[in-house]
Ligand binder design. Structure first.
Ligand code: PLP
Length: 412
């Protein structure tokens, strides 16, 4: 950031403005609110979702398989839309597994990962023919037992906790001591255990972090991931058939952040994939992305209920808040609260802006959607839009807190 320049949000360009009104899926927001029937709501744009996948495929090598990590947004209609665009779906619970199977995605392209998988969840996956990414010795033993009981050979991969992590990522989920995966140095022992139990370890899942906007950091983590996979493959009983190299692609949420540059990632991945293919002929390589695929394609829309002035400061009180959108309130793992990009969706052409805070109806100062942002003048009835809301929205928020109505989701 140059000295003195105030950091600003990246410009929102995915949702065209018509007659001063934002459109989602080609529908003006006021009309969309009528069509939904109530506020607040989340709206996801199919065209934006499809365009994002196309853009990603153009930048990455053809041989790389693209998986949707559905915990980012498990809305069934959206998962169905994504299922038609991607090569696989990564799920993190038995409930997500059911939604993924409902899309018609072939079970061999669905994988279940996550710590503490219950026996019932693993049995669901084995019965379906989906992959289970075992994250502990216990899970390997349970899978062997389930395989015998059900008379089905479990489709097994090992989730590895690498000794490195994706630098500058939003959430650290690899490296050091973790509840995720099997420590890389323990993997040979767990592979031997699996072989002894008659299980076939088909590959590895190496996830090193999330929400990175730095291409160099992602390139470095991917190089370390291939190197680790090659080392582990030497210890494996059979040649690798699958490798999941994680994801970690971020989207810009806050002032001063810019979109991830895909070009260097694609340029490094192409030779890395070729080299890996020579060493492990026939092995498939997948990348798993959640927020990068869906985060920018969604908005959260709440209606202004009240406009108050308190000691000179304007507060727009809306019918939506942290109970629907914890992340935008700054309480989903952020260290310092920063504003998501926010606008008054039916007053996009307003010339003059004013500093306002946008709050929700909950009795807690944490219920904040925008703190002293420059927004168009708004009155009760106007529609506040929170951008970058397609991932970790409704399903990642405490919907029961204060017993307000649930939020509606639509795919437009
Ligand atoms: C949550 C998660 C993802 C998706 O992360 P995003 O930041 O949404 O892309 C991918 N892989 C694993 C193992 C995860 O737990």
């Amino acid at each position: 950031m140059s000295s003195g320049a105030k950091p600003v949000h990246a410009r929102q360009t995915l949702f065209p403005v018509v007659d001063g009104c934002l459109t989602v899926g080609g529908v003006k927001l006021d009309r969309l609110a009528q069509r939904v029937g109530s506020t607040p709501f989340y709206a996801y744009d199919r065209v934006v979702l499809s365009a994002r996948v196309a853009q990603l495929r153009a930048a990455l090598p053809d041989a790389l398989r693209l998986h949707y990590s559905m915990k980012a947004n498990p809305m069934p209609a959206l998962v169905q839309h994504m299922a038609n665009l991607v090569d696989g779906i990564d799920v993190a619970s038995g409930g997500e597994l059911r939604v993924a199977l409902d899309t018609g995605m072939a079970p061999e392209h669905i994988s279940l990962a996550g710590p503490g998988k219950s026996e019932a969840e693993m049995a669901q996956a084995v019965a379906a023919g989906a992959y289970v990414h075992a994250e502990s010795e216990r899970e390997v033993r349970v899978l062997a037992r389930l395989g015998e009981r059900l008379g089905i050979t479990p489709q097994l991969m090992l989730r590895i906790n690498p000794e490195f992590e994706l630098k500058s990522s939003g959430m650290r989920m690899g490296g050091g001591a973790k509840q995720f995966g099997i420590d890389a140095e323990d993997a040979p022992r767990v592979m031997a255990l699996a072989a002894g139990l008659g299980l076939d370890v088909q590959g590895f899942h190496i996830f090193s972090g999330s929400q990175s906007l730095k291409a160099e950091a992602i390139v470095e983590a991917q190089a370390q991931t291939f190197a680790l996979a090659k080392r582990l493959a030497i210890e494996a009983a059979r040649p690798l058939r699958h490798l999941n190299i994680g994801g970690g692609f971020g989207i810009p949420y806050f002032p001063g952040e810019a979109a991830l540059d895909l070009a260097p990632i694609g340029e490094h991945l192409a030779p890395a994939l070729e080299a890996f293919g020579r060493e492990q002929p026939g092995a498939s390589v997948a990348i798993e992305l959640g927020r990068y695929l869906v985060g920018e394609a969604g908005v959260y829309v709440a209606r202004v209920v009240d406009r108050k002035v308190s000691r000179g400061q304007v507060f727009l009180v809306t019918d939506g808040g942290l109970h629907h959108h914890l992340a935008a309130s700054g309480n989903f793992g952020q260290v310092i609260r920063k504003n998501y990009p926010v606008a008054i969706g039916n007053r996009m052409d307003a010339g003059e802006l004013e500093p306002v805070s946008v709050v929700g109806p909950l009795c807690t100062p944490l219920d904040l959607l925008a703190e002293r942002m420059e927004l168009a003048h708004a009155e009760p009835g106007d529609l506040v839009v929170v951008f970058q809301s397609g991932a970790y929205g409704r399903s990642a928020s405490p919907g029961g807190f204060l017993s307000h109505p649930d939020v509606v989701e639509v795919l437009v």
